[in-house]
Design a protein around this ligand. Structure first.
Ligand code: ADP
Ligand code: ZN
Length: 728
C-alpha cells in the first residue's frame, strides 16, 4: 500500500520547476498519497508537482505552506517514480526535468471537457429519405456508442445538416459526453496469422516470457519482410491476454499509418497514438486512458516511454538501431536504453526488432544479456533482393550527372515492365554546396558551422543545422560577382531533374521530409506512391524506414560511399544498416527485387559486407575494432558539451575542466579535448566538446557529477552532458 499523509503532515513535493531539491509542504485537507499530482504555491505562483515522499525537515516549520489541492489524476506509481530517478541519474538530468517529460498532458487534473455526441433515439422521422435512412442505420450499427456530428455524418456519407434534421423528431438525440473516452477493447484472438516454423518458434519464446511476467530483453533479428512485426504482434496479444498493456515504439511515426491499420486488423480496434502530431485534446485523453488502463496498446515515438502506464507488460522497440531514438536536445536520452531500464524496473518484456541491430545490442546478445531470436528468410514468395555494386570508376558519366549508364539500363527495364524504381540519395535539397566560380568561396550559414543548402523547390538556401533560410542570391556574398554562383553536388531535387531528363515518360516523385508541410501530406504522398502514382521514386533516408511499396523492384543507391567519409567510428555500422535497409525496400511482394550500389570503392570491407558477404564476420570485425579502441560498447563514453557566444570563454571553461580532472582519474576515466563539437557552431553559439572515456564497469555518472560540481556557469555559458553520445 502506498504511503498516506494525513492533513497537516509534512510531505516532500517534486515540482517541474528548475530547483535542485524536493520542497516541503503540508498535506492538504483530506490528506494525500505518495505519488499524488498536486498544485502547490511557489513564491507568488501555483505550480504542478508530485508528492515524492515524506518531508525532509530542516525548514522553518512555521513557514511551510499547505498543498493547494490534489489534482484529479491517477497518482504516479512507485515504478514510474523509480524510473524517473534512475533515468535521471543515468543521464545526469535533474529530477524536475525528468518530471517534465512525464507530465506532458495538457490540462492534467482539470475536470473533463465535454463535447456533443449523437446516437439513435426512440423517435422516428416524419419523412424518410435515403440519406436519413443511412444516418439511422449508421447510428444503429454503432450500438450504444455515441459519435460526434462529423463522425456520424461521415459514417453515413451525408452532410451534417441531414443529421441535424433528424433531431426534432427524436430519431437522433444529442448529448453531452466527456471527451476523454476509453479506447476500444482489443481482442487478442481476432486476426492472428498461421505462422511459419521460424516465426512460431520465436513467438513461443516471447509468449513464455510474457507468461513468466518477468523482465527480459529479446533481440529479434530478421531481414526486412521476414515477419518480425507479425511475431511481435503475437507478444502484444499475449500481453493483452495477461491483462497487461503494450507499448510499440516506432522511429518515424509519420509513416505509421500502415502500421496502425495493420494493428487494427489484428486486434479489432485502433491503438492509442502518442507523438508530436497528436492534438492536445487527444494527448490528454491518451495520457488519462493509459493511466487508467483503458488504452491497452500505445504506438508512439520515444516520448511515449514516459506515459503513466497502469500495467505495462511489453515494450517493443522497432528498428532498434535507428538513430532517431536518441533525443538530441533537452534531456539527452536513448529511448532504446530507457525502454530496457523501465522494463527492468517493471518486470516487463522488451523486444528489440531490427534487420541490422546496433552494435550495442549485438554485443549484449553475444554477452548473453539479451536473448537472440532470428528469422532467416522473407515470408512467402518474397526473396531478398539481389545486391550488386556498380563500379563507378568504369562508368562513362559526364560531369554533374549521377545516374550511371548501368543504373539507367536497370531503370529502363523496370519502366518497361511497369514496375517501380527507387533512387536513393541521403541528401535533401537541390545541391549540398553553392560555390562562387569567381572567388571560389562557398556560401555558409552566418550562425552555424554549416553550408547553406540550395532548395530549389522552396527557392531558398537553407541551413540544415538551425533552419535559417534566405532567397537564393544572384550575387556572391563574398566577392559580389554577379551570376557566378553554381550548385555543386547532388541533392534529391537535382537528382529528380536528371531523372526527368533521362526518363521523360516516367512519373518522378520525390520523397523528402522538407517537401511536405505536414505529416498528413507526407502520408498521403506515400499512399499515392504505393498505389502506383509514380514510376520513379527519389528519396532520402525517409524511404528506408519501413514503408511497403509492393510494385518496387529496383533500388539504386546513388552514392553508397557517402556515409563512409568522415572520421566517425560508427560510420561503417551506420552505412551497413542504412544500405541494407534501403535495399530491403525492393521486392517485398511476389516480384523479385534488385539493389544496385554506385560506389568508387567496391573492395571496401563495408561495401563488401553490404553486398552479402559474411554478416556475422563483419559485426565481429567491427566489434574487435571497438574493443581494441576501448570504445562503446566495450568501453564507456560521455560527452560534455559547452556552449556560449564567446569562443575564448567557452574554451577557457573547457581547458579548466580538462586540467581539473582528478575525480575522473580516480576511477580510471580519462578526458579528451576540449575540441570543437561535431557541430561546432549552432545559432551563433560556439560549441566545444570534452569526451570522457572509461573502461566498462566504471561508475561514470558519479565521477562526472563530482568533476562538474564546482562549475558555476557565468553569463550565457551552457553545459550539457551526453551519456553514450551517438557520434565519436
Ligand atoms: P518485417 O517486420 O520483418 O519487415 P512483416 O511482419 O512486416 O516483416 O512481414 C512482411 C509481410 O509478410 C507482411 O505483409 C506480413 O503481413 C506478411 N507475413 C509475414 N508473416 C506472415 C504469415 N505467417 N502469414 C501471412 N502473412 C505473413
Ligand atoms: Zn545555421
Amino acid at each position: 500500500m502506498d504511503a498516506f499523509f494525513a492533513e497537516g503532515e509534512r510531505v516532500g513535493v517534486l515540482t517541474t520547476q528548475p530547483l535542485d531539491r524536493v520542497l516541503d509542504y503540508r498535506a492538504p485537507e483530506g490528506g494525500c498519497f505518495v505519488g499524488a499530482f498536486v498544485e502547490v504555491p511557489l513564491g507568488p505562483r501555483k505550480v504542478l508537482g508530485v508528492v515524492w515522499g515524506p518531508g525532509q525537515g530542516g525548514f522553518d516549520a512555521a513557514k511551510i505552506r499547505p498543498v493547494i489541492r490534489v489534482l484529479d489524476a491517477a497518482p504516479m506509481r512507485e515504478e514510474m517514480r523509480l524510473f524517473l530517478e534512475k533515468a535521471g541519474a543515468y543521464t545526469l538530468t535533474p529530477l524536475p526535468a525528468m518530471l517534465r517529460l512525464a507530465t506532458r498532458a495538457p490540462g492534467l487534473g482539470d475536470p473533463p471537457s465535454m463535447r456533443k455526441v449523437y446516437r439513435r433515439g426512440e423517435g422516428e422521422p416524419a419523412r424518410m429519405t435515403d440519406a436519413r435512412r443511412r444516418v439511422l442505420d449508421a447510428a444503429e450499427e454503432m450500438g450504444g456508442l455515441a459519435l460526434t456530428l462529423k463522425e456520424l455524418a461521415e459514417a453515413a456519407g451525408v452532410t451534417s445538416s441531414v443529421v441535424k434534421g433528424l433531431l426534432p423528431g427524436g430519431a437522433i438525440v444529442e448529448e453531452e459526453s466527456p471527451r476523454d473516452t476509453p479506447f476500444p477493447r482489443l481482442d487478442p484472438e481476432l486476426g492472428g496469422k498461421d505462422l511459419t516454423e521460424d516465426q512460431a518458434a520465436a513467438v513461443e519464446v516471447l509468449r513464455e516470457g510474457q507468461r513468466a511476467g518477468r523482465y527480459g530483453t529479446v533481440l529479434l533479428k530478421g531481414v526486412t519482410g521476414s515477419g518480425k512485426t507479425e511475431v511481435y504482434l503475437e507478444a502484444v496479444a499475449e500481453a493483452l491476454r495477461q491483462g497487461r498493456q503494450a507499448l510499440v515504439l516506432l522511429p518515424e511515426i509519420a509513416l505509421s499509418a500502415e502500421f496502425l491499420t495493420r494493428l487494427a486488423a489484428r486486434f479489432g480496434g485502433r491503438p492509442a497514438e502518442w507523438h508530436s502530431g497528436v492534438t492536445m485534446t487527444e494527448r490528454r485523453r491518451v495520457w488519462k486512458m493509459v493511466a487508467e488502463g483503458q488504452a491497452q496498446v500505445v504506438v508512439g515515438a520515444r516520448s511515449a516511454l514516459f506515459l503513466p502506464f497502469r500495467s505495462l507488460g511489453l515494450i517493443v522497440v522497432d528498428e532498434e538501431h535507428d538513430t532517431s531514438y536518441k533525443q538530441e536536445d533537452g534531456v539527452l536520452y536513448n529511448a532504446r536504453d530507457m525502454a530496457v531500464l523501465r522494463a527492468s524496473i517493471l518486470g516487463a518484456q522488451v523486444v528489440l526488432a531490427s534487420a541490422t541491430p546496433s552494435l550495442e545490442s549485438w554485443a549484449n546478445a553475444e554477452a548473453g544479456k539479451y536473448q537472440r531470436l532470428e528469422l532467416v528468410s522473407r515470408f512467402g514468395p518474397a526473396v531478398l533482393p539481389e545486391m550488386r555494386a556498380i563500379d563507378m570508376r568504369r562508368e562513362d558519366l559526364p560531369a554533374a550527372r549521377w545516374i550511371s549508364p548501368s543504373l539507367r539500363k536497370a531503370v529502363v527495364a523496370r519502366l518497361e515492365r511497369g514496375e517501380q524504381a527507387l533512387l536513393f540519395l541521403n541528401r535533401r535539397g537541390y545541391a549540398p554546396v553553392t560555390l562562387c566560380r569567381a572567388c571560389g568561396q562557398q556560401i555558409g550559414c552566418d550562425h552555424c558551422d554549416a553550408r547553406m543548402v540550395e532548395h530549389r523547390f522552396l527557392k531558398r538556401l537553407v541551413c540544415h543545422q538551425c533552419g535559417e533560410s534566405r532567397p537564393i542570391p544572384t550575387v556572391c556574398p563574398h566577392c559580389e560577382a554577379e551570376d557566378k554562383l553554381a550548385p555543386v553536388g547532388p541533392g534529391v531535387e537535382r537528382l529528380a531533374e536528371e531523372a526527368t531528363a533521362l526518363f521523360p515518360e516516367a512519373r518522378v516523385a520525390v520523397l523528402s521530409s522538407d517537401l511536405y508541410g505536414t505529416a498528413r501530406e507526407l502520408k498521403a504522398q506515400i499512399e499515392a506512391i504505393a498505389a502506383g502514382g509514380a514510376d520513379i521514386i527519389i528519396g532520402t533516408q525517409l524511404v528506408a524506414k519501413g514503408h511497403n511499396f509492393p510494385n518496387l523492384t529496383l533500388v539504386g543507391v546513388i552514392d553508397a560511399d557517402l556515409g563512409l567519409q568522415g572520421s566517425d567510428l560508427r560510420a561503417a555500422e551506420r552505412t551497413f544498416q542504412l544500405m541494407r535497409q534501403v535495399a530491403g525496400r525492393a521486392g517485398r511482394a511476389e516480384k523479385p527485387g534488385q539493389a544496385l550500389l554506385q560506389t568508387y570503392q567496391p573492395e571496401h570491407p563495408v561495401i563488401r559486407a553490404i553486398l552479402g558477404g559474411d554478416e556475422e564476420a563483419f559485426w565481429a570485425a567491427e566489434a574487435e575494432e571497438r574493443r581494441a579502441a576501448g570504445m562503446p560498447p566495450y568501453g564507456r563514453l560521455a560527452g560534455v558539451i559547452l556552449s556560449g557566444e564567446d569562443m575564448p570563454q567557452v574554451f577557457d571553461l573547457g581547458n579548466w575542466l580538462a586540467r581539473n580532472d582528478a575525480p575522473l582519474r580516480q576511477v580510471g576515466a580519462q578526458v579528451l579535448g576540449p575540441a570543437p563539437a561535431p557541430i561546432a557552431r549552432v545559432r551563433g553559439r560556439h560549441r566545444v566538446r570534452l569526451l570522457v572515456k572509461a573502461p566498462k564497469g566504471v561508475a561514470l555518472q558519479g565521477a562526472i557529477g563530482a568533476w562538474l560540481a564546482p562549475v558555476r556557469l557565468k553569463g550565457d555559458l551552457r553545459l550539457a552532458v551526453d551519456i553514450d553520445p551517438q557520434s565519436f
